[in-house]
Write a protein that binds this ligand. Sequence first.
Ligand SMILES: [Zn+2]
Length: 337
Amino acid sequence: MKAAVFNGNDLVIKNVDTPTLTPSQVLIQVKAVGLCGTDLAIIEGHLPTPTPIIIGHEFSGIIVEVGESVDSAWIGKRVVSEINSNIDFSCYYCERNIFTQCISRKAIGIDIDGALAEYIAIESYLVHEISDSLSLNDATFVEPLAAAYQTFEMMPLEDDDKTIAIFGLGKLGLLILQIAVFKNFKVIAIDGSEKKLRLAEEFGASKLINRLAVNNISQKIRESTNGLGADIVIDCSGNPNALVNVVSSCRTRGKIHIKSTHGLGTPLDLTDLVVREITIYTSRCGPFRKAIEGLEKNHVSVKELISDIYKFEKIKDAFANYKKDRDIIKIIISFES
Ligand SMILES: [Zn+2]
């Protein structure tokens, strides 16, 4: 089969063996894969992985074969897959049903081979069926949407929490924004792309701030929150320099939720956080069933987030554009001919 393999230096399309199944696995014919900042970080050498590795972890496809201990009724189902594989079901976290933090877990497309290939073998317990109403392209958003829902699973909300400021309107920021609007929060959206800000407005953001056009972002946020700052500030920017504004935009006794990692050397005003008793939350992978339901019930819309669809053979062009164009939200790699 053809696969996009990162060899430690470069991403290459090459022929590799189609995976053979263990008894507990299913073979998925991959139909669509969403590119993610993590994929870019891997091929640019910022995120160490074993090599060679097939990258890609936001995907949808159709089950074409099952291992001997898996129900054959799965064959032909349209599915998406969670990314934390090799779960031991016995560690401290598994005993508490926190499988995404299993000490044995290996992430698909990061620690073990991923989905930018014609086929992928997946443990059957990771697979979720999707309804026919959900397109295979839209279904690639289930994984990031689950992570977006996890923001609200990990952060207890209080009656005084009315305003959410979201820094960074990439895929994750715009998904969280839609959930926040659905939950009736007043949303302040911050980004450097006018195109993304307009989209945030369409999704229901009540205030837009172009970070490249204002001198003092936190002052702008305080101006629209009775001088207090936002009750909740969510960082989806992936930009270490944004965190200074994230902290200063949060009200005293407010909450900060960090959704993107920034690497080393992130400047953070700990004194301000302590003096104003601000709580920091973080979260990553989330509930797949909730994300599938959110899409199937149209609580969240993802069509507007698809910036471009590339054929698998054009994957290098896809990554090149993803890197250079600030307005790109999501690129999908399609295996449909
Ligand atoms: Zn475990």
